[in-house]
Design a protein around this ligand. Structure first.
Ligand SMILES: [Zn+2]
Length: 223
């Protein structure tokens, strides 16, 4: 199914109807629920969610996390036709709510014999962030060595996606507790990608189209 067909399918629904469909107990979010380029919410600023969290917004966060978990499970992802993802934002589901799910796996550890073993902690970061915002950042920039991809963008767009190397992010968790976290490396890039979504910004907005692989002064390249 192409992005356009998804857009036509979702266009007549109100945002309340979209969310209602997403959070049905029997529903698992799949690629058909993810809007692609051209869908208006990808270029709009989402609204903050209210606390205490509504049951609907709580379930939405859980469903988004379930999608990421499914997308990283080779068997389930294959069966459901999911692209692997480490982050998902409400705007990508056709909603204008500041809800972000992040699920970043830890790399396998290597034992003395050189075999890969499952890490003790499966995830580096596993969190649903409500109303997340960057409150401070490093002067230094950084980019992922291989560029970035996005579940809402079907083609590859090569180039360094230049972001802040380190960020301090404030958000609310599902219990309504205010959290403040400092992020660097891959986690920093991933969370900035998702916060951007909630502000209508796409990853390729940060690529220098003239010199997509230029390493600017002092820019950290993250492997
Ligand atoms: Zn994205």
């Amino acid at each position: 199914m192409t992005g356009n067909e998804v857009n036509e399918k979702l266009a007549p629904l109100t945002k309340d109807q979209i969310q209602e469909n997403l959070i049905k107990p029997s529903h698992q979010i799949d690629m058909d629920d993810i809007v692609r380029e051209g869908f208006p919410t990808l270029r709009e600023v989402a609204d903050e969610v209210a606390f205490p969290l509504s049951k609907e917004d709580l379930i939405l966060g859980e469903k988004m996390m379930e999608f990421l978990r499914n997308s990283q499970d080779p068997v389930i992802a294959d069966k459901m036709g999911l692209r692997g993802g480490v982050g998902l934002a409400g705007n990508q589901l056709g909603l204008l709510k500041k809800v972000i799910a992040v699920l970043i796996p830890n790399e396998p550890e290597i034992d003395e014999a050189g075999n890969e073993i499952l890490p003790t902690e499966p995830f580096k970061m596993q969190e649903v962030l409500y109303n997340a915002k960057i409150v401070s950042h490093s002067v230094q920039d950084a980019a992922l060595e291989t560029g970035e991809g996005c579940l809402s963008v079907d083609e590859e767009i090569p180039g360094f996606v230049v972001r802040h190397a380190r960020v301090t992010v404030e958000y609310y968790n599902k219990e309504g507790e205010k959290k403040k976290i400092r992020l660097k490396n891959f986690e920093s890039m991933c969370v900035q990608h998702e916060i951007d979504h909630t502000n209508g910004i796409m990853f390729y907005d940060h690529i220098d189209l003239k010199e997509p692989w230029a390493i600017k002064d002092g820019m950290l390249v993250i492997q």
